[in-house]
Design a protein around this ligand. Structure first.
Ligand code: SAH
Length: 218
């Protein structure tokens, strides 16, 4: 199957039609082969308007959500970005085309390993992945020009604010375990924080020291 046609349709119908306008984000979504980030049995669904299971009770985010969150960071190209929740690595790949360096944290070793393989296969070499609890950020590499969190938090973890550069943006879902509001927090030039609510969303829970305490059983 020629996935480039499905990919173009995805971008036109799910991304541009829903008013994601940043041409660099659109271009990245046209380039990254999303089907490589899902298991072979699901590849024919990779460009559908949905999140999909990636194992370990986790999901690859819906294409529109990836585009909208990336656009909300307002990237120009020179940034160092912290991503929490590598998952499949798809969002990581999109970011890696748009910024200088991506630091991505995943708590499940199996997923981090798989994501690393696909990113290597695509020769995306400006990505550091580590297996850790991402709710405390990545202190050694802070501050970051942008922080993107791909799992739902009960509140905004303090470390994200502490690790955000002046002018930087934090985009994350905040709410309960089942639904959240996508929030953007910008650190303004005077050091103060501007908070915006972007849209409703549904992410898997952010699990760790500064978020939800444990996964649900079963
Ligand atoms: N952007 C990814 C989203 C994956 S789902 C994709 O599209 O594939 C969210 C991911 O966050 C899951 O892989 C989950 O294991 C991870 N996660 C949850 N809590 C975490 C934490 N505290 N630190 C790092 N990763 C976390």
């Amino acid at each position: 199957m020629d996935y480039s046609i499905a990919r173009r349709r995805m971008v036109e119908q799910q991304i541009i039609a829903r008013e994601v306008e940043d041409p660099r984000v659109i271009d990245a979504m046209l380039q990254v082969p999303r089907h490589l980030f899902v298991e072979s049995g699901l590849q024919s669904h990779a460009y559908s308007d949905a999140s999909l299971p990636i194992g370990e009770k986790q999901t690859i985010s819906q294409p529109y959500m990836v585009a909208a969150m990336t656009a909300a960071l307002e990237l120009r190209g020179g940034e160092r970005i912290l991503e929490i929740g590598t998952g499949s690595g798809y969002q990581t790949a999109i970011l890696s085309l748009l910024v200088k360096r991506v630091y991505s944290i995943e708590r499940i070793p199996l997923l981090a390993g798989r994501a690393r393989k696909v990113l290597d296969q695509l020769c995306l070499s400006n990505v550091n992945i580590k297996v850790a609890d991402g709710t405390i950020g990545w202190q050694d590499q802070a501050p970051f020009d942008g922080i993107l969190v791909a799992a739902g938090a009960p509140d905004i973890p303090n470390e994200y604010l502490a690790q955000l550069e002046t002018g930087g943006r934090l985009v994350l879902p905040v709410g309960d375990r089942h639904q959240q509001i996508l929030m953007r927090v910008t650190r303004l030039e005077d050091g103060s924080l501007k908070r915006e609510q972007l849209m409703g969303c549904r992410f898997v829970p952010l699990i760790g020291e500064q978020a939800w305490k444990a996964d649900f059983p079963g």
